[in-house]
Ligand binder design. Structure first.
Ligand code: SAH
Length: 346
């Protein structure tokens, strides 16, 4: 009788120690675990047959108990300006996600999705407009790296969890992904080269700090007061600004990693001198942090327009002694604010 996919384990989603335990359970040697893990995450094997130092008997056992997940490229948009590549991937169940590969002077960086859709409802964000479908598995996050490397021929040096979805709303799978991608027996990516962006799920920021993984936390702040943040980010009603900043302070104290705050400047909403002052007042006491100013990407259904005061806003923050930079726009010719490519192809 054929074993259906449902009865098998998604082998790319298991950590090395879990793989070793599972192999022991099915009568294999524990040391095979590291060999198989290396094939999967270092050599990016797409089937068990490729694993040339694994016996036919073990391959048959692997085949019976596990499957290797995969993604298909539905669309690839390449920027003529700066080599940015935007992928629309199809998941095995037909859902679609976006991944963006960016080229910087210091290497290639990839922006990964962590969920299909998003529940957070930020007013300016395209990813949330069609609602939430499901969490991504660790394998589906890893495969965005592996497939993009395979397709582009470029080696990816750093990862930002800043694509579609709220990574801390898919906490367990994201932690698993981080552990697998940084395992020295596999892809061996340093967690120092990974950042995670959150809209501010305070309880999960504390949990993340406890993991002491040493990754960079980016917080999508976008407004310095409850009154202003409530209007554009519904999550603020549950986790108000003060509590969010307290959690950020704790993250910095526990991990020693400075927080990066994202601030998308929207015309007439959060780009005025008063807001800059409020932001200074809020962040000054925190000490070391970084503020990333982003001219908001105008999404089709959005009433939100790019601010014309980005440089003035930056100057106010810098004059007050804060570290604020303006994010460079990459892939302007293939633009489609995050989440729009997926929606266009739904
Ligand atoms: N849910 C996470 C990560 C995904 S969003 C988060 O909220 O951080 C990644 C970043 O893009 C966030 O900082 C988000 O606020 C920002 N973003 C979303 N839509 C945007 C838009 N139209 N213009 C500029 N930034 C946007």
């Amino acid at each position: 009788m054929d074993v259906t996919t449902e009865d098998k384990t998604d082998i790319l989603s298991v950590e090395l120690h879990e793989l070793q335990e599972k192999l022991l359970q099915i009568g294999e040697k524990k040391y095979r675990g590291a060999q198989v893990f290396q094939w999967l995450h270092d050599k990016k094997a797409v089937n068990f047959d490729e694993m040339s130092n694994i016996s036919a008997q073990t391959k048959a056992l692997l085949e019976k108990n596990f499957y290797i997940n995969s993604l298909k490229i539905q669309k690839r948009l390449v920027s003529d300006l700066d080599n940015t590549v935007k992928y629309l991937y199809v998941l095995p169940d037909g859902n679609k996600i976006e991944t963006v590969l960016m080229e910087y002077r210091h290497g290639n960086s990839i922006c990964l999705s962590t969920q299909v859709g998003c529940k957070m409802g930020c007013k300016f964000c395209a990813s949330t407009k069609a609602g939430f479908v499901r969490n991504l598995e660790p394998s589906e996050m890893l495969l965005q790296i592996y497939e993009s490397e395979r397709d582009s021929g470029r080696k990816i040096d750093s990862v930002v969890l800043m694509g579609i979805g709220e990574p801390l709303d898919n906490f367990d799978n994201v932690i698993k992904f981080l552990k697998i991608v940084s395992d020295k027996n596999g892809r061996n990516m340093s967690l120092r080269h990974i950042s995670l962006s959150t809209c501010g799920l305070v309880d999960k920021i504390y949990s993340l700090a406890e993991q002491r993984l040493g990754l960079t936390l980016s917080v999508s702040l976008h407004a310095p007061t409850d009154e202003k943040r409530d209007r554009i980010m519904p999550v603020n009603k549950k986790y108000p600004v003060k509590e969010l900043i307290k959690a950020c302070d704790n993250y910095f104290k526990v991990t020693g990693r400075r927080i990066s705050f994202e601030f998308a400047l929207i015309r007439g909403v959060n780009d005025d001198a008063e807001t800059a002052e409020q932001l200074i007042e809020l962040l000054k006491p925190l000490g070391v942090c970084h503020i990333n100013l982003i001219p908001v990407n105008e999404i089709r259904e959005g009433e939100y327009k790019k601010s014309g005061f980005v440089r003035d806003f930056q100057k106010s923050l810098c004059d007050a002694g804060l570290n604020a930079t303006v994010r460079r726009t990459l892939g302007a010719d293939i633009e489609a604010a995050c989440g729009q490519l997926r929606r266009d192809n739904m």
